[in-house]
Design a protein around this ligand. Structure first.
Ligand code: NAD
Length: 420
């Protein structure tokens, strides 16, 4: 099938899908219906700039499948965003939601802007206009947005407010990842990183590793990276390396995580935190550690560095950090490196987003302990299912996790049939 989804990130998602489709013996004629997104929307977003001019950004939303319920997925603000990347992220959301047993298809969206270069007023203008352009295509039972790279609770509050203004009443269930003061749930901001740490804990038990003797490196120090570092440190691990797109630090004696969190609170980047311990960004991922958490962008672990990783556990906080070529190398290194694949590892975010949506629909709110208890239960169920499959079929963790997700979507399509 000819399609608009091109570029290295979509190619990667497509290749991963075919590896799993081969393993599941899905016939060639059935694959396009599972692979290609149902719907893609591209909009122009004009805003007034602070210097008195106008500027137009491009906004995207891709909804992968509607078979299991509304679509669900984050909103990314990134200067190089293109439709293939958004499509790939939507696909991964589908397998992730199905693996976790959530009643959603996958979606993703975003704007090709640099959020770090916009003033707060410009960021608000982009966010409100993006949501306004998307109103005909989203809804609490159609497509529910959330944060991703470059967006945060504040952006979700603007989305919710804009949608509500057009509806004429407050519709908190239109987006998740909102501030608690505007209908958000307890625990959502920290959910992805805490989920990463929970799963790392499960794997450490299996491998009989003691957290008190373990070291970790985290790439990306935004929402997912900073909370992962904090939650791993709370479990007793020493954080020996962190980095973002402005600076990387490595110290085998351990970095002061509280000081890093304080420095970056309010959106500040890592550059300038210290003049000591600076390291080369290309080397951060291959420094020795027990747990490596890529929590920034796609394709940072590839054919060039996968053979050089020196970790015991690779916990994929980011979406798509590992290329298929790197995956083939890591399959050969399965006895040395335990991979927690992205669609499981970072699923804490969408699981608690689902809890937020449920609470908003019912207007009945839970306390933080209830949120985290339920999160642990859903993560454990998905982890146990993945491990059962790995042991039954002797496949890699990623293939097992994706196969469960793809199979659930496929089974639902089979029983529903093809309309008309
Ligand atoms: P964020 O915008 O809060 O933080 C992104 C971080 O990555 C920043 O520290 C930034 O400096 C860093 N970064 C960007 N480009 C980089 C580069 N080339 N090298 C090193 N660091 C770089 O974003 P986030 O919400 O933490 O998302 C990070 C990843 O986690 C993304 O892949 C996202 O899709 C995924 N994810 C996020 C959530 C969530 O709830 N926010 C949920 C699931 C998955």
């Amino acid at each position: 099938m000819d399609n608009i989804y091109t570029g290295p990130v979509f190619e990667m998602a497509r290749e991963q899908f075919h590896v799993v489709a081969d393993y599941l013996d899905i016939p060639a004629w059935e694959r396009d219906r599972l692979l290609y997104p149902k719907r893609a929307v591209i909009v122009s977003i004009p805003i007034h700039t602070d210097d008195g001019h106008e500027k137009v950004y491009q906004g995207f939303r891709v909804q992968h499948h509607l078979t299991l319920g509304p679509t669900k997925g984050g909103t990314r603000y990134s200067p190089k965003l293109e439709i293939g990347e958004v499509g790939a992220l939507a696909l991964w959301m589908s397998w992730k939601c199905a693996l976790a047993g959530l009643p959603y298809g996958g979606a993703k969206g975003g704007v090709n802007c640099d959020p770090y270069a916009l003033s707060r007023r410009e960021l608000e203008a982009v966010s409100r206009r993006y949501m306004q352009e998307m109103i005909p295509f989203v809804g609490p039972h159609i497509d529910v947005m959330a944060p991703d790279m470059g967006t945060n609770e504040q952006v979700m509050a603007w989305f919710m407010d804009t949608y509500s203004m057009y509806q004429g009443s407050t519709v908190t269930e239109i987006v998740t990842g909102k501030p608690v003061s505007a209908g958000g749930t307890e625990g959502r901001r920290e959910a992805t990183g805490r989920g990463v740490a929970h799963l790392v804990g499960r794997v450490m038990e299996r491998l009989q590793l003691n957290p008190a003797n373990a070291t970790a490196i985290v790439q990306g120090f935004g929402n997912v990276g900073s909370i992962s570092a904090m939650a791993l440190a709370e479990r007793g691990m020493k954080i020996v390396g962190v980095g973002d797109h402005t600076a990387c630090y490595y110290d085998p004696k351990g970095l002061d995580v509280q000081s890093l969190l304080q420095y970056t609170a309010g959106g500040k980047l890592l550059a300038g935190w210290s003049t000591e311990g600076l390291c080369n960004p290309d080397e951060l991922l291959t420094m020795p550690c027990d747990i490596l958490v890529p929590a920034a962008v796609e394709q940072v672990i590839d054919g060039r560095n996968a053979g050089a990783l020196k970790c015991r556990i690779l916990a994929e906080g980011a979406n798509g950090p590992t290329t298929p070529e790197a995956d083939r190398i890591l399959k050969d290194r399965r006895k040395e490196i335990f991979v927690i694949p992205d669609i499981l590892c970072n699923s804490g975010g969408v699981i608690v987003s689902y809890f937020e949506w449920v609470q908003d629909l019912q207007q009945f709110f839970w306390d933080e302990s209830e949120v985290y208890n339920r999160l642990g239960h859903v993560l454990d169920r998905a982890f146990n299912q993945m491990m059962a499959r790995v042991e039954r079929d002797d496949v890699a963790n990623r293939d097992a996790a994706m196969a469960i997700g793809v199979e659930k979507v496929r089974n639902a399509k089979h029983v529903r049939g093809l309309f008309p």
